[in-house]
Write a protein that binds this ligand. Structure first.
Ligand code: ADP
Ligand code: ZN
Length: 731
């Protein structure tokens, strides 16, 4: 009898379960109806695919996303699992053929659209079989509170009554408690069998950058993601067309996607993206629902999203394969005003809700101090308790330099007070800047003591200041007209003349801390490119998306561990027996000569023990928190190998090797202080002594204070190297 863990490795090629997968699978196998809530990319599919291979009868999967079924079936077949789908997209012949396969009990997994399932024809078919598992994918569609209610989903209860022996598994990525309750209640589940995974997606690097010359910023960003897949979201169709054209003009492989295009063109563009024919899709938010592409390496928001929820859903489309992915939001307050304009056309409750959403996303975008994950996860009712996540801009940058803004802040707060806490930001600024507009005169605000006391700052600067006061909790904003009022904190500050800190200049784009990107594994880029091309050729031949053949993760591991035999291939993540049999030799015939030519040896991949609980899996990763490659590099270095040798072996830059060594040393491990480090620096002995003294004074966590102390004379590359020497010298 195969166990979930053996199927995970042998069929799917994975070593460990993602959080809650194992628990959900065991619960289903125990015959208990189960609700599993996991974020996009959390790995919901395996939760029914593995039981399907263990249970005696077929598994029925209900999904509203017809476009995805074909994809899922292709992926299953590539892993050697007998799967078919039935929906309106099939030709009559293909439909009949699939029906026949199910009738002949040759099928383990049957994907159906709800409207297909609810037909006499399918009931007849299923009546003759003993359905073991009824899976309801996108289960939030059953709830009127969800964002995607589908009346057919309500009727699924009939299916349950008809097949009482089948255990039911409901899956969704919608976490709101109300929707969850609704699903469980509609399907008659007990609360004990609910599994809610964390919505924190650790592999997403989250960044917000002030929007300046947006197009240039995007082009610069894309330089770092050459040949990688990504989505750029824009607010309007026009913007999509313009940006797509501009990027194409710069030689990038890009297609637009929005509701204004014909069905055919939309479908073709989506297909080109999924098949890696083009790397970039520029889209309105209409794009993404029906796609399953796991190797989306970046998501850019060119314009401000309408809500935090929508934003999180959109960035969630990046990095489903678990490899690092980058999420960039270009923010300008002007974009918020644009959205405000649209909101102003709405009325009543709708308007109130839209405004609350806008306020929340603006607050999120303008926060430069707190970990990005805190507000995002708070939205899903989850507390992110760590102080820093390590993979967002705010956790990695030095906080912005602060200046004393007490005086202008006092002016602003007093003006809010003097005008009776009845006005919005615009009016308060008008009063401060001495405007003679009608509203000011009518209210006789030109007679106030705070009238015209703020001419020294521009309107923009005052807006920036007011937003900081909101952010820091001195002001509250409420109601349809966004009236500003003073908080307790403001009253105290005014009374005690407490100092207030902030920035008067507009925010600058902060220097990027490249170290922040958590590349789990360094790999040979040249080899990866060759493997990827092979994958693309095979996929085109078979008429499937490349990820059906192998995921990026699988290719990355091949290009990192250099497997030379079928046995070593089976240890690579994502290679189960079926894929090894089908593609193993083809890839080995690339790997072997390449490695021979470049003098590369197979590196044994640490076999991660398949953990029965997710917490054990997490613990293994936390152990020292160092990646396998960091350990390999640092240990090789400690046994006397030179930096130059290591650069050659892994085909990476000196900075990358130094980065590994630094991580190793920072984790408190002993590092040899070899002569080659000394040879790499071009600083004088005197400068070195001064830098070491500065590290003693300020610690080694941040370079900026040391940089400043040295008067900017020693550049950051040098400082990184000297920091490593300082760390290596210890004990
Ligand atoms: P969801 O439906 O929750 O968005 P999927 O089921 O599509 O997520 O899984 C996302 C990706 O993660 C897929 O490419 C899948 O093969 C991969 N995956 C799922 N479970 C694991 C696991 N335990 N180990 C490694 N990869 C996994
Ligand atoms: Zn963070």
């Amino acid at each position: 009898m195969p166990t979930p863990a053996t199927i995970l490795k042998e069929t799917f090629g994975y070593d460990t379960f993602r959080p809650l997968q194992h628990e959900v699978i065991e619960n289903v196998l125990a015959g208990k109806d189960t609700l599993a809530v996991m974020p996009t990319g959390g790995g919901k599919s395996l939760c029914y695919q593995i039981p399907a291979l263990i249970l005696p009868g077929p598994t029925v999967v209900v999904s509203p996303l017809i476009a995805l079924m074909k994809d899922q079936v292709e992926q299953m077949r590539a892993s050697g699992v007998a799967a078919v789908f039935l929906n309106s997209s099939l030709s009559p012949e293909a439909y009949a053929e699939n029906m026949q396969a199910v009738r002949a009990r040759q099928v383990k997994l049957l994907y159906l659209a709800p409207e297909t399932l609810l037909t006499p024809r399918i009931f007849n078919l299923l009546d003759a079989l003993q359905v073991s598992l009824l899976t309801i994918d996108e289960a939030h569609c059953i709830s009127e509170w969800g964002h995607d209610f589908r009346p057919e989903y309500r009727q699924l209860v009939e299916v349950r009554r008809r097949y009482p022996q089948a255990v039911c598994l409901a899956l969704t990525a919608t976490a709101t408690p109300r929707v969850r309750q609704d699903i469980a209640r509609s399907l008659g589940f007990s609360q004990a069998n609910e599994f809610v995974a964390s919505f924190n997606r650790e592999n997403l690097y989250i960044e917000v950058v002030p929007k300046r010359e947006a197009q240039r910023q995007v082009l610069r960003f894309l330089e770092r993601f050459k040949d990688q897949s990504g989505i750029i979201y824009c607010f309007s169709r026009k913007q999509v067309d313009e940006l797509a054209a501009a990027l194409a003009h710069h030689g990038l492989a890009v297609r637009p996607y929005h509701a204004g295009l014909g069905d055919d063109e939309r479908r073709r563009n989506q297909e080109a993206f999924i098949r890696d024919d083009v790397q970039i899709i520029v889209a309105t938010i209409a794009f993404g629902m029906g796609i399953n592409k796991p190797n989306v390496r970046f998501v850019i928001h060119y314009d401000l999203p309408k809500s935090v929820e929508g934003y999180y859903q959109e960035i969630g489309r990046a990095g489903r394969d678990g490899l690092p992915a980058h999420c960039l939001l270009l923010y300008s307050y002007g974009d918020a005003s644009k959205l405000q304009f649209f909101i102003d056309q709405k009325k009543g409750e709708e308007r109130r809700v839209a405004m609350a959403h806008l306020d929340a996303i603006v607050r999120y975008a303008e926060d430069e101090r707190h970990c990005r994950r805190k507000p995002l996860l708070a939205y899903f009712g989850e507390t992110f308790s760590a102080e820093k996540c390590g993979s967002c801009d705010n956790c990695n940058a030095e906080p912005p330099a602060l200046e004393d803004i007490t005086l202008p802040a006092q002016k602003f707060l007093s003006c809010v007070w003097r005008t009776g806490q009845r006005f919005g930001m615009g009016h308060v600024i008008d009063v401060l800047r001495g405007s003679k507009n009608e509203k000011v005169l009518q209210n006789q605000h030109d007679l106030l003591s705070t009238y015209a006391i703020g001419k020294d700052l521009s309107e923009k600067q005052w807006q920036g200041l007011a937003r900081q006061l909101l952010q820091q909790g001195y002001l509250a904003q409420s109601g349809e007209f966004r009236v500003l009022t003073l908080t307790e904190k403001a009253l105290t500050a005014l009374k005690k003349r407490a100092a207030i800190y902030g920035q008067l200049q507009e925010a600058e784009e902060r220097p990027r801390n490249e170290k922040a990107r958590q590349t789990e594994l360094e790999y040979n880029n040249a080899l990866f490119a060759i493997l990827r091309q092979k994958r693309k050729d095979l996929a085109d031949e078979a008429g499937v998306p490349p990820y059906v053949i192998f995921s990026d993760k699988t290719l990355v591991e091949m290009a990192a561990y250099y497997p030379q035999s079928p046995r070593s291939l089976l240890i690579i993540s994502g290679i189960g027996q079926a894929k090894a049999a089908q593609y193993g030799e083809i890839f080995l015939s690339i790997l072997r000569p390449y490695c021979e030519k470049h003098g590369l040896k197979e590196i044994s991949r640490p076999r991660t023990v398949s953990s029965s609980t997710s917490s054990a899996g997490r613990k293994a990763k936390d152990e020292g928190n160092l990646s396998e490659r960091t350990l390999l590099v640092a240990e090789a270095y400690n046994t006397g190998e030179s930096v130059a040798t290591l650069m050659k072996r892994y085909n990476v830059s000196v900075a990358t090797i130094l980065d590994h060594l630094t991580r190793y040393a920072v984790a408190g491990k002993r590092l040899r202080n070899g002569v080659d480090l000394q040879a790499l620096t071009s600083t004088s002995p005197n400068e070195q002594q001064a830098v070491f003294a500065a590290f003693d004074e300020f610690g080694t966590d941040f370079l900026k204070p040391v940089f400043d102390k040295m008067g900017g004379k020693v550049n950051y590359d040098e400082l990184r190297l000297l920091r490593l020497m300082a760390l290596a010298e210890k004990d």
